[in-house]
Design a protein. Structure first.
Length: 454
């Protein structure tokens, strides 16, 4: 624009941004924002058009990827579902700083009860995963009030010995070396054979007589290395698996496992199988949604689990729980599933589901790693054709099991419960379980003086 004198007006001639920098910058920012917004909209639109145009192909691709993933997890990469002690049963302690301390305090201040049975019953206990203990491998395991060195000889046999070397006390589970069927101490290289006898000491022609370490009866089954613990020092009174159980598993494959640390007395865990009355209150809410926990009237819409069960004592170290599961919507029952849980001694339960597609086995081991600390593992097996079903059961069963853990991690032991009619099998279970304690079983009090708790 020209001024009256014909000159160009300074204010008009300058670019707008020179006139009022604050306002102009804001305008530019808005323009840039608008530009990117429009660009994003255009990209989104193009993407949606592309998806719409190729919807069938994309759907098939997603299904294919999911299918490949499920097959891969079922056959080649077994599921491993791990939870530590503070992870389960402490939802009432809010997340945030010092939560671990608060969980530790909750465990410390909990009343454990009175007249607790001995913490280490007699029987087989799983110490290690068979697949993790390679030939020549040695691991240190603390359980049952003992420190063990578990190793696999070059002959493929798994063995278990007292961890501490009688020479100067080195822990052979930490840095020990396997030589044939022997284990060699890392400190001064003394070597102990499969019977525990010292057979070699460096720079000595032959070791003095009578030097030995304790060897423990060891067996493998259901994917684990088991040690026989007996307070009376007896040889194993039964085997980990019966010949029929071994035979049935021929050709079955490992599908994965879960692992939990639980704070409770060992007996509480198998007792769950005889506690029929807890099934509805603890296990009826759907594994698919916990919404009905807060709004029970929704149970009929989202569905819920329903159980029928019976516990029976069988011969000697065996007991059995039979279980029928339904998923219910109102009066409609679907997904019927039959299961049998065989209890083999104090720390081993074999839960066998019979599904439409074939059997699935959950082998449960409970190992006392302290007077009130249990390591609980479910190892899952199935025939090859049922691998997908077996793998899919692992998260679902783990989720159900976590509900029991919540009870165990917060309860106290009641030596004389108030039994009502529906608790008949709990009383029978305790009578059956008492066979695993013997005269020399370490009392709860004595074990507490020298715990392996952490
Ligand atoms: S401590 Fe084991 S050889 Fe010396
Ligand atoms: Fe349960």
């Amino acid at each position: 624009m020209l001024s009256v004198d014909g000159q160009c007006s300074t204010s008009e001639a300058l670019p707008a941004k020179m006139k009022s920098p604050a306002i102009s910058n804001c305008q530019i920012d808005n323009d840039v924002l608008l530009f990117y917004f429009k660009l994003a909209l255009a990209a989104l639109r193009t993407a949606l058009e592309c998806i719409y145009a190729h919807k069938l192909g994309l759907m098939l691709s997603v299904i294919l990827v999911l299918f490949v993933y499920v097959i891969y997890k079922s056959y080649w990469s077994p599921i491993l579902y791990l939870k530590e002690l503070p992870d389960v049963g402490f939802n009432h302690i809010p997340k945030g700083a010092n939560r671990d301390m608060k969980v530790a305090r909750a465990l410390q201040t909990r009343q454990v009860g009175t007249k607790l049975p001995p913490p280490y019953p007699n029987g087989w206990f799983a110490l290690a995963e068979s697949r993790d203990l390679k030939i020549g491998g040695v691991v240190s395991v603390d359980a049952l009030g003992h420190n063990f060195a578990v190793y696999r000889g070059e002959d493929g046999v798994a063995r278990c010995v007292d961890a501490y070397c009688p020479h100067l006390g080195a822990n052979m589970g930490v840095g020990g070396t396997v030589r044939g069927s022997c284990i060699e101490c890392p400190f001064h290289k003394w070597t102990f054979n499969a019977e525990g006898t010292c057979v070699s000491i460096p720079d000595l022609d032959s070791p003095p007589k009578g030097i030995s370490i304790k060897t423990w009866p060891t067996a493998e089954g259901d994917g684990a290395v088991w040690v026989w613990y007996d307070a009376e020092g007896r040889s194993p009174l039964w085997s980990v698996l019966s010949p029929e159980e071994q035979e049935e598993m021929q050709g079955w494959g490992y599908r994965g496992r879960n692992e939990f640390v639980v704070s409770t007395h060992i007996m509480d865990i198998p007792e769950n199988g005889a506690d029929i009355a807890h099934l509805s209150p603890v296990h009826s809410t759907s594994v698919f949604t916990s919404v009905a926990n807060k709004h029970p009237y929704l149970l009929n819409f989202v569905g819920h689990h329903s159980w029928e069960a019976e516990w029976t004592r069988r011969e000697e170290h065996r007991a059995r729980m039979t279980l029928t599961h339904y998923y219910k919507f109102g009066k409609l029952s679907i997904f019927r599933l039959n299961a049998i849980a065989d209890q083999n001694g104090p720390g081993h339960v074999r839960l066998r589901f019979q599904t439409r597609f074939g059997p699935v086995l959950f082998s449960l081991s409970v190992t006392p790693i302290g007077v009130l600390r249990q390591k609980v593992v479910h190892r899952v097996f199935s025939p090859w054709y049922n691998a997908v079903m077996a793998a899919s059961f692992i998260p679902m069963e783990s989720y159900m099991f976590e509900r029991d853990i919540t009870m165990w991690n917060n309860k106290r032991y009641i030596s004389s419960p108030i039994y009502v009619k529906t608790d008949k099998s709990i009383r029978a279970f305790r009578a059956w379980y008492s066979q695993f304690y013997s005269e020399k079983s370490v009392s709860f009090k004595d074990a507490t003086q020298n715990p392996l708790d952490w």
